[in-house]
Write a protein that binds this ligand. Structure first.
Ligand SMILES: NC(=O)c1ccc[n+]([C@@H]2O[C@H](COP(=O)([O-])OP(=O)(O)OC[C@H]3O[C@@H](n4cnc5c(N)ncnc54)[C@H](O)[C@@H]3O)[C@@H](O)[C@H]2O)c1
Ligand SMILES: [Zn+2]
Length: 697
C-alpha cells in the first residue's frame, strides 16, 4: 500500500472536508469528480486508521464518505471503478508476521445509523429470527482450534489472509489454550472475535504510560490494536488485553458425527462458546423476530453504554439461523446476513479559536478551549476543558488547530488530539499566565502538581465560584441563582459572600433591569426555602476540600449542630465512618479558621438551619413501651416507614393481635385483625391520622 507525503495528506484532508460538506445532493455533472475524489480519500483514511493507528477524521465522518460512495456506485454502476473500497475490506497487513489464510473470509460489516434502514434490512432478509449483540470496539481476530487445541491466532489482514500473531494471542486474557470441542464431535473450528481493553484497564494502562513518560493512547480501541501486534509478546503492555468471541466461522466434524443443534443458530452458538469457557456475549444478546424488540434493545443498550465495561460502537444484528445465513451469503466486503446499527457519534472536529483561563472556587486555574460550536451527541459544545499545562504539552495543542473533540456520556468533553495534518504553520502555542487572570495575584504551583493556583482567598473569581457551588442543586439548591445571575448580583453589590445570600435587598433587586417584583419575589422564596435545608446540604455547600455529599452526611450523623465541629480534633473525625487522615485534616483546617467560624456565626444569625434535625429527646420517647400493630393499606407511608417511626419513638411493633397489644392502626381495607382487636377491649383502634398525631405530639 502506498504512503502519503505531508503535502498529499493535507490535500486529501481538505478534499475530505469538501466532500463531507457536499454529502447530500450531488449533481450528475459532479458525480464523476466526486467518485474520483472518494476513490482517493477513502484509501487515505483507511491507511491512517489501520496502518498508522491514527485516524484524522471521526468514524462518523468516514462512514458518511463511505455511504456516499456506496450510493453513487449504486446509482451509476457504469462509473464504478474496479477495486473500489466497496469491493474489499481495507487491508491492515504490515508484513511483520507470516501470512496465513483464513478458512472463511473475514469481512467487514455493513452499517447504518438509521432505524428505518435496519427495519428495511430486516424486511428484505425475510423477517426471520435475529440475534442482536453488542458491537465491541476493539480489533478483530480469528482463532483456529484443532482437536481441542489452539493452533493459530490471526489478524483480519486483507480479509482472505491475515497475519499470524499466535504468540501474542496466547497472552490475551480469556483465550483458552484448549477447549473441549471434541465433546460435541467437532474436530476443527475457526472462531471470530475481538481483542480489546476494558475501560478500566485502559485507564490504568494510560496511567502506567504517563508514569513511564509515554504519550497517552486516545481510546481503548487504539490501545488494543496498537499493543496486539507488538513484536515482543509478553511485554508489560499486552497484559491488559482481553478477548471476546462471537462467531463460529467454520467447523469440521469428526467422521460420521452430525453437527450439534447448538451450532445451528447464532444465539445458541454464543451460549455454546460460553459453555466451552470462552468469553462471549451470551448474556447480553437478544433473539427476536420483531423489529420493535430489536430497535428497543439497540436504544436501551445505547442509553446505558457508558456503564458497560467495554467500549461499544453499535449493535450487530444477525440473521439467527445458520442455514439462512449461508443462503444469504456475502459480498466481497460484508456478509449479507448481518448489519451493524451504529450509535450516535460522540466525536466531532472543530477549530480551536482561543484559550481562556478560568479560576475555580479552590483557586485552581484551568485552561479552557473555546472552539467553533459543534453538536456532539445531542449537545452543542463550544468550551472544552484542557485540564492542565502538562496535558496541553503532551498533546501539543495549539490555538488555530483543528481538534478532535469527544463527549462520552457523563464525561465532560475533552480534546482527543489536534489534527496535525491540518496545520498551516500559523497555529500559536498556548501561553500560560503567571498571574491570576481575575485578581492579578501571582500564581503558585504546589510541588509535583501540574495545576497552578491563585492563592488569594479574596479573589473575586473564587468568591463567586464558591457562592455558585453553595447555591447549586446538590447543595442549598437556590433555584434561579446560577452563575450568570450570581455575577450580576455581585456586580451590583447586592451580594458579597455566602452569608450575604440570605440578606439580599429585594427592593433594590426588583428595580434592576430585567428583574422586577416578580423575579425578585421568586428568588426570595427560593432563598427562604434554602434557609431550612437539611444540614448536610449546608456542609456540602461550604465547599470544604474533599467533603462531598457522603462525607457531609457522615458529619451530620455525628453531631447535633454545625458549631459542634468548631475546634474538632482530627483524631475524633477519623473515628467516624470513611473519614481518612487527608479528609480529617481538611475539615479541621476549615473549622479552625477564624474567618470561617465568623461566617458560620453570620449564617446562624441569619436564621439558616444549623441543626441536624434529629428529633428532640423529649419527642423521642412519646411512645415509650407502647405496642402497635398495623392492618390494611396506609395512604401516606409504607408499613416499613410506619414501623420505623414507632421504634424511633420508643414503641414496639407486634405481628399479631395478642394480650400485650396497645394500638391497632387500621388503614383502608383492613383485614381480620380489626375484628379481632375490636373484640379485645384493651386494644385501642387508631386511624392513620390518629397515629401521626400521636407520633408527632
Ligand atoms: N475514522 C477513520 O478515518 C476510519 C477509517 C477507516 C475505518 N474506520 C472505522 O472502521 C469502520 C470499518 O471498519 P471495519 O471494516 O473493521 O468494520 P467495523 O469495525 O465497522 O465492523 C466489523 C468488525 O466489527 C467487529 N465486531 C465487534 N463486535 C462484533 C460482533 N458482535 N459481531 C460481529 N462483528 C463484531 C469485528 O471485528 C468486525 O470485523 C468504519 O465504519 C469506521 O467506523 C474509521
Ligand atoms: Zn485570583
Amino acid at each position: 500500500m502506498e504512503t502519503y507525503s505531508n503535502k498529499k495528506a493535507a490535500e486529501l484532508l481538505t478534499l475530505s472536508g469538501k466532500l463531507l460538506k457536499a454529502v447530500k445532493p450531488v449533481r450528475l455533472a459532479d458525480v464523476s469528480d466526486t467518485l474520483h475524489a472518494l476513490y482517493e480519500v477513502i484509501p487515505y483514511h483507511d491507511w491512517c486508521y489501520y496502518k498508522k493507528n491514527n485516524p484524522v477524521i471521526t468514524d462518523f465522518e468516514y462512514d458518511q464518505l463511505y455511504s456516499l460512495l456506496k450510493q453513487l456506485e449504486k446509482a451509476h454502476p457504469e462509473m464504478a471503478r474496479p477495486g473500489s473500497p466497496v469491493e474489499h475490506v481495507a487491508p491492515d497487513l504490515e508484513n511483520q508476521f507470516p501470512v496465513v489464510h483464513h478458512k472463511v473470509p473475514m469481512l467487514s460489516l455493513d452499517n447504518t445509523y438509521h432505524a428505518a434502514v435496519l427495519q428495511e434490512w430486516m424486511q428484505k432478509t425475510g423477517k426471520r429470527a435475529y440475534c442482536a449483540e453488542p458491537k465491541f470496539d476493539g480489533t478483530g481476530i480469528s482463532l483456529l482450534y484443532e482437536h481441542d487445541r489452539l493452533v493459530r491466532g490471526a489478524t483480519r489482514g486483507d480479509g482472505a489472509s491475515g497475519e499470524d500473531i499466535t504468540a501474542a494471542i496466547r497472552q490475551v486474557a480469556g483465550i483458552p489454550e484448549t477447549a473441549p470441542w471434541s465433546r460435541y464431535g467437532i474436530a476443527v473450528v475457526e472462531l471470530r472475535g475481538e481483542v480489546l481493553m476494558s475501560k478500566k484497564s485502559f485507564r490504568a494502562y494510560n496511567e502506567e504510560r504517563a508514569r513511564k513518560g509515554l504519550p497517552l493512547m486516545a481510546n481503548p480501541r487504539n490501545a488494543a490494536a496498537g499493543t496486539l501486534r507488538l513484536l515482543h509478546p509478553q511485554s508489560w503492555e499486552q497484559h491488559r488485553l482481553e478477548a471476546v468471541l462471537y462467531q463460529v466461522s467454520f467447523y469440521a466434524m469428526e467422521k460420521g458425527v452430525v453437527p450439534p443443534e447448538s451450532l445451528l443458530e447464532q444465539g445458541k452458538i454464543l451460549d455454546l462458546l460460553t459453555t466451552l469457557g470462552f468469553p462471549a456475549p451470551s448474556r447480553q444478546k437478544l433473539v427476536s423476530h420483531s423489529f420493535a424488540d430489536v430497535i428497543r434493545y439497540c436504544r436501551d443498550f445505547e442509553a446505558k453504554r457508558d456503564s458497560f465495561p467495554y467500549e461499544t460502537d453499535g449493535i450487530v444484528v444477525k440473521v439467527n439461523n445458520s442455514q439462512d445465513q449461508r443462503s444469504l451469503g456475502m459480498t466481497s466486503h460484508h456478509p449479507r446476513w448481518a448489519l451493524a446499527y451504529k450509535f450516535k457519534p460522540r466525536q466531532a472536529t472543530s477549530k480551536l479559536r482561543e484559550v481562556v483561563f478560568s479560576v475555580g472556587r479552590m483557586g485552581a486555574v484551568t485552561p479552557v478551549a473555546k472552539i467553533d460550536p459543534v453538536p456532539i451527541g445531542g449537545v452543542t459544545v463550544a468550551s472544552v476543558s484542557l485540564f492542565n499545562e502538562k496535558q496541553v504539552q503532551f498533546k501539543d495543542i495549539r490555538i488555530g488547530d483543528t481538534v478532535l473533540v469527544e463527549r462520552a456520556g457523563d464525561v465532560i468533553p475533552y480534546i482527543v488530539k489536534p489534527v496535525k495534518e491540518e496545520r498551516t504553520g500559523r497555529e500559536k502555542k498556548i501561553r500560560f499566565p503567571v498571574n491570576c487572570p481575575v485578581c492579578g495575584h501571582p500564581l503558585q504551583r504546589p510541588f509535583g502538581e501540574s495545576i497552578w493556583y491563585c492563592v488569594n482567598m479574596g479573589c473575586q473569581a473564587q468568591v463567586i465560584a464558591r457562592m455558585v457551588h453553595f447555591a447549586g442543586k446538590d447543595a442549598m439548591d437556590i433555584t434561579g441563582l446560577g452563575e450568570q445571575h450570581m455575577r450580576e448580583l455581585f456586580d451590583h453589590g447586592l451580594i458579597t459572600d455566602i452569608p450575604s445570600l440570605f440578606d439580599i435587598n429585594y427592593d433594590r433587586l426588583a428595580s434592576l433591569q430585567r428583574w422586577g417584583k416578580r423575579s425578585a419575589g421568586n428568588l426570595r422564596a427560593a432563598v427562604e426555602k434554602a434557609r431550612r435545608q437539611p444540614l448536610y446540604r449546608l456542609i456540602y455547600g461550604l465547599g470544604i476540600h474533599y467533603v462531598g455529599i457522603a462525607t457531609a452526611k457522615t458529619l451530620v450523623d455525628n453531631i447535633n449542630r454545625l458549631t459542634d465541629l468548631v475546634g474538632v480534633k482530627a483524631a475524633v473525625l477519623m473515628s467516624w465512618k470513611d473519614i481518612g487522615p487527608t479528609v480529617a485534616e481538611s475539615i479541621c483546617q476549615f473549622f479552625n479558621n477564624k474567618a470561617n467560624v465568623k461566617m458560620l456565626q453570620k449564617l446562624a444569625h441569619l436564621n439558616v438551619n444549623m441543626q441536624t434535625g434529629k428529633r428532640r429527646p423529649a419527642a423521642k420517647h412519646t411512645l415509650d413501651g407502647k405496642t402497635f400493630l398495623f392492618t390494611g393499606t396506609l395512604s401516606g407511608m409504607t408499613r416499613k416507614v410506619a414501623a420505623a417511626m414507632v421504634e424511633e419513638h420508643g414503641g414496639k411493633v407486634l405481628n399479631s393481635v395478642s394480650r400485650g397489644l396497645n394500638y391497632l392502626v387500621a388503614g383502608s381495607h383492613p383485614g381480620h385483625k380489626l375484628a379481632q382487636s375490636r373484640a379485645n377491649k384493651t386494644v385501642k383502634v387508631l386511624t392513620e391520622h390518629d397515629f401521626l398525631e400521636m407520633v408527632e405530639s
